[in-house]
Design a protein around this ligand. Structure first.
Ligand code: NAD
Length: 360
């Protein structure tokens, strides 16, 4: 298969983790007989330094033209003094908007070998954890009408409006049902339909859409209960679909349960399954350039790209199985190290995953 991939290594540890990932992608290309056209481009701090803006038009063009975008991380203290429009993070928002990435997919996997990193009791997660949060990314309260008012007594008030159109709900529901079909066929829709009118619309549309997916079991849960159930019994969830604000909060909660930010990939998708794939962590300026960063979140983001945007299941499985095997053998970067395991650098972790893939 021929695919165009826009690659944005970015700032801080971004280039370090991307380098390991590209070596793995090259191996997949060779072994499975694909042709990946890799177009590297600048964004974030690196783009500010070289081109004066966080998202140069050339980068945007390359990303729009690509079948998928792989992104390391953007930002760092060097650019913290810049104001709003010029900050590295603007590139992320710009890419999401221009590529119409309305669905955010955050899988949280707790590999049994890393169960020590989980803050929950071992009995709760003894079988590991594998939850996918599908969050609506471009609507809801973060994008509704907002403002501030001064009342008659000169006191301040502020408001934010939560708004969802049925088309916005339907398209994210479709993504979530499709995702559930590729996994354990269980979908939990999370809302606050006991209080919010737009949650009642959300629920109605999700139920309507379920008719097209008879193989998926759909349930509903209020967001306050979902927050509680995620720490009480996270194993009950397969795919969770929810709005922008609830998803923002729940996806961070789920990430925390897995214990390591260096392990978690993410995807943001548009309607045509094109997507941007990136680790959930930032540029980690405190360890940048030290060959200490965990490259596994970036490597797993690449696996997610192969499966989700390119339908390359075997290729994605090979990478994910190799990562699991490497963890089972006890290899750890500093962030997930515990006594009795083997500490490795960024480069060594990349190499050991690649080597393991070659033996599978
Ligand atoms: P961060 O995720 O960069 O770092 C938080 C902590 O986790 C640090 O101690 C860091 O060393 C550690 N860490 C993160 N990734 C790691 C990895 N792969 N391996 C080992 N340890 C890892 O978050 P932050 O410190 O809040 O932000 C730093 C910069 O990154 C800021 O400029 C922020 O705006 C930016 N940021 C970018 C993105 C993105 O590009 N999507 C996301 C979050 C933060």
């Amino acid at each position: 298969m021929y695919k165009k991939i826009a690659v944005i290594p970015g700032d801080g540890i971004g280039p370090e983790v991307m380098q390991q990932t590209l070596a793995i992608l090259e191996y997949v290309e060779k072994v499975f007989g694909h042709q990946f056209e890799i177009n590297e481009c600048l964004a974030g701090g690196a783009a500010i330094d070289q081109e004066g803006v966080p998202l140069p038009p050339k980068t945007l063009e390359t990303c729009k033209d690509a079948d998928a975008v792989l992104l390391g991380a953007l930002g760092g203290p060097k650019w913290d003094h810049l104001d709003g429009q010029k900050r590295p993070e603007k590139a992320l928002l710009g890419l999401r908007k221009e590529l119409e990435l309305f669905a955010n997919l955050r899988p949280a996997i707790l590999f049994p070998a890393l169960s020590d990193s989980c803050p929950l009791k071992p009995s709760i997660v003894e079988n590991g954890l594998d939850v996918m949060v599908v969050r609506e990314l471009t609507g809801g309260i973060y994008f509704g009408k907002q403002g501030t008012i001064i009342d008659g007594d000169g006191k301040e008030a502020a408001y934010d409006t939560m708004f969802y159109h049925e088309d916005e709900v339907r398209r994210i529901a479709k993504i979530a049902f499709e995702m559930a079909l590729k996994r354990n066929k269980k979908l939990m829709s999370v809302d606050k339909a006991n209080v919010l009118e737009n949650s009642r619309l959300w629920r109605k549309i999700v139920v309507e859409e379920a008719v097209n997916y008879p193989d998926v079991t759909l349930d509903h849960m209020y967001v306050d209960n979902a927050a509680m159930q995620l720490v009480r019994n996270p194993g009950q969830f397969d795919v969770i679909v929810t709005g922008n604000m609830f998803g923002d909060i729940l996806s961070d909660e789920v990430s925390m349960i897995t214990g390591s930010i260096g392990m978690l990939p993410s995807a943001s998708l548009s309607a045509d399954q094109k997507g941007m794939y990136e680790p959930i962590h930032g540029s980690a300026p405190d360890i940048a350039g030290e060959n200490k960063a965990n490259p596994l979140a970036m490597i797993l983001s690449c696996a997610m790209m192969l499966r989700t945007s390119f339908d390359m299941m075997q290729e994605a499985n090979l990478i994910e199985n190799a990562v699991e095997e490497v963890l089972n053998k006890g290899y750890r970067t500093a962030d997930i190290y515990s006594e009795g395991t083997k500490m490795v650098s960024t480069e060594e972790m990349g190499q050991v995953v690649l080597h393991t893939m070659k033996t599978m």
